[in-house]
Design a protein. Structure first.
Length: 78
């Protein structure tokens, strides 16, 4: 895929970095995009684990019956 990007404020700094480290601009951009996508995918999978959580096996309680651990309702306090 061919892409053209405009990097106005950091182009001099970027060129200096690339010359010093002898890295092609395209290689740096591809690496940055890969790292970004990997980070996003890890973040997304972390949230999917939370949303798909089914509880802990062998631990059961009925929320309607086991409410002793809850704070009193506002009506009870007033």
């Amino acid at each position: 895929m061919n892409t053209s990007i405009h990097i106005p404020k950091i182009s001099d700094r970027l060129n200096t970095y690339l010359k010093h480290h002898k890295i092609p601009k395209n290689k740096l951009i591809v690496k940055a995009i890969e790292e970004f996508l990997e980070k996003e995918e890890r973040s997304r999978s972390r949230y999917e684990d939370i949303f798909n959580w089914q509880g802990v096996s062998k631990v059961e309680f009925d929320l309607e019956l086991d409410r002793d651990f809850l704070l009193p309702s506002r009506d009870d306090v007033l």
